[in-house]
Design a protein around this ligand. Structure first.
Ligand SMILES: Cc1cc2nc3c(=O)[nH]c(=O)nc-3n(C[C@H](O)[C@H](O)[C@H](O)COP(=O)(O)OP(=O)(O)OC[C@H]3O[C@@H](n4cnc5c(N)ncnc54)[C@H](O)[C@@H]3O)c2cc1C
Length: 492
């Protein structure tokens, strides 16, 4: 079997993998690395999802990389602009030359004797098996299953005579002009799809079991645009980024400390958009507190405008069964539809579904504890990029990349071959990895690692705190165990 060696192997060429490539190149210039990407394209999420209106729901000043200013007018950007940004970053920093496309990683084995990962890959359509070796493995494969999204078992789907589509597999040329569309769901995807499809569809109904918090923000950030016109790009970017980071942290903490007040503020805003006659209580007042799940952002109140214009509507009810011509609800109401979109979520999948073993013993991720939100107890030389749940993904991933580079450089300097987080402190209690009530998290919680009750095992979901600890905290912190290469190998 063919076997190439790299100092670092990155899995995935999305936002995180491309960022990892940049950081490795600039911070560890002496190291060889390759990025193994299962698909044929750079961009991950922003290349995969092609549904109408696809966009970010965080601002691009924080979803963008720390090292590359976002230069477009819209802060809430559309998918193609984000994809362009990721691709241009890969091209401009020479990261693209390191990517091996159509290389899907399926397994990785750690040998303690050799201090090496052997990574098994399926290449191309024929899924030809090749393998690589690497000193360090950096998983940047996102957080969900690329093969399929989550669709609950709805009764009667086979009876429906129209088209059923999941947003993760949007048909290339789908004509919905003038058609009656029902979008099942109330999350970020549903609130994006509804106003976008309503532009040309006959009518779009958002069918939700229960409401989500929906907050409107201007798509363009006027302050940011004025600042960008006056200051050097990187300086303006850093100022706006920090303003948004601190604003986000303030709002999140307020929501946690005074949930009733924040809830009332959000609902009042919705009432302001929808007017006094709309039933905000039924359709836009969730049963949970703000930030128990991610808030849904709509740019320039587009969802509210589509509803007010009569092009879209919201129905809050449960599905009894699909029928030949639409959906029958538990209340008895029937929704006629030509197209049903199941915006029912993602299947969460950590570490890209790769089967890991250490010296032949399989690693059960659910039995590990997450170290600094990126490594796993008793798993050597492996890190993963996982973003914040309460802020932009890239904020954490940038810091994770920085830390991984610090760790690799530290090991080099001291002649270490293996770094393994060890949970030796008996006073660290186990806590669920994510305290989010969202369906996609709850469906996967049993397969996820735990976090600890205190540092360095606790996830603070706080960029400012992480910046201090990951950028400046000691790498040799007493929890990370370092090992040199075995003598036999050193002699060789
Ligand atoms: C519709 C949508 C909108 C979103 N909007 C936001 C937002 O506004 N703000 C925010 O912070 N987050 C958002 N997210 C979360 C989003 O996924 C992240 O922001 C970010 O794009 C993730 O980047 P990533 O590179 O870590 O993962 P991904 O974008 O998922 O990329 C992972 C890459 O790894 C590859 N890969 C996976 N497994 C393997 C394997 N076994 N072998 C080889 N390659 C593999 C995939 O093919 C893919 O190219 C959104 C997610 C979705 C689905």
């Amino acid at each position: 079997m063919q076997q190439e060696h790299f100092d670092v192997l990155v899995v995935g060429a999305g936002l995180s993998g491309v960022g990892a490539g940049y950081h490795l190149k600039t911070r560890c210039p002496g190291k060889t690395y390759a990025i193994l990407e299962g698909r044929e394209a750079i961009g991950g999420t922003w290349d995969l999802f092609r549904y109408p209106g696809i966009r970010s729901d965080s601002d691009m000043y924080t979803l963008g990389y720390s090292f590359r200013p976002w230069r477009e007018a819209k802060a809430i950007a559309d998918g193609p602009s984000i994809l362009k940004y990721v691709r241009e970053t890969a091209r401009d920093y020479g990261v693209d030359a390191h990517i091996r496309f159509r290389h899907r990683v399926v397994a990785a084995s750690w040998s303690s004797e050799d201090a090496l990962w052997t990574v098994e890959v399926e290449r191309g359509d024929e899924t030809e098996r090749v393998s690589f070796t690497a000193g360090f493995l950096f998983m940047c494969g996102g957080y969900y299953d690329y093969a399929e999204g989550h669709t609950p078992d709805f009764a009667g789907t086979d009876r429906f005579k129209g088209q059923i589509v999941h947003p993760q597999h949007w048909p290339e040329r789908m004509d919905y002009a003038g058609k009656r569309v029902v979008v099942i769901g109330s999350g970020a995807t549903a609130v994006t799809l509804v106003p976008a499809m309503a532009e040309t569809a006959g009518h779009v109904t958002m069918l939700q079991r229960s409401p989500t918090y929906v907050v409107s923000r201007p798509a363009e950030d006027q302050f940011a645009n004025r600042l960008r016109a006056r200051l050097p790009a990187q300086l303006a970017y850093q100022i706006i980024r920090w303003r948004n980071v601190l604003g986000g942290m303030y709002f999140f903490n307020l929501a946690r400390k005074k949930p009733a007040q924040v809830k009332a503020g959000i609902i009042d805003m919705v009432r302001g958009h929808m007017g006094p006659d709309y039933d905000v209580d039924t359709h836009f007042t969730p049963r949970y507190n703000p930030w128990d799940q991610r808030l849904c952002l709509v740019p320039d109140a587009d969802l509210f405008d589509a509803i007010k214009a009569g092009k879209a509507s919201v129905v809050t009810d449960e599905i009894d069964t699909f029928t030949e011509h639409g959906i029958r609800l538990k209340s008895g109401q029937e929704l006629a539809a030509d197209i049903i979109v199941t915006a029912t979520g993602l299947k969460m999948q950590l570490l890209s579904g790769v089967a890991f073993d250490i010296d032949g013993a399989p690693v059960d991720l659910a039995k590990t504890m997450s170290y600094k939100g990126m490594m796993y107890s008793d798993v050597p030389n492996l890190a993963s990029a996982f973003g914040y749940t309460n802020a932009s993904w890239t904020l954490k991933c940038d810091l994770t990349c920085e830390y991984v580079c610090r760790l690799i450089n530290f090991m080099d300097k001291r002649g270490y071959a293996a770094a393994t987080p060890r949970k030796t402190d008996p006073t660290v209690a186990e806590v669920p990895w994510l305290d989010f009530t969202s369906g996609y998290v709850q469906r996967a919680i049993d397969k996820l690692p735990r976090q600890g009750s205190k540092r360095p095992w606790k996830l603070y979901q706080n960029y400012a705190l992480d910046l201090i600890t990951l950028r400046f905290g000691a790498v040799d912190d007493g929890t990370m165990e370092f090992k040199r290469r075995a003598t036999k190998q050193r002699a060789a």
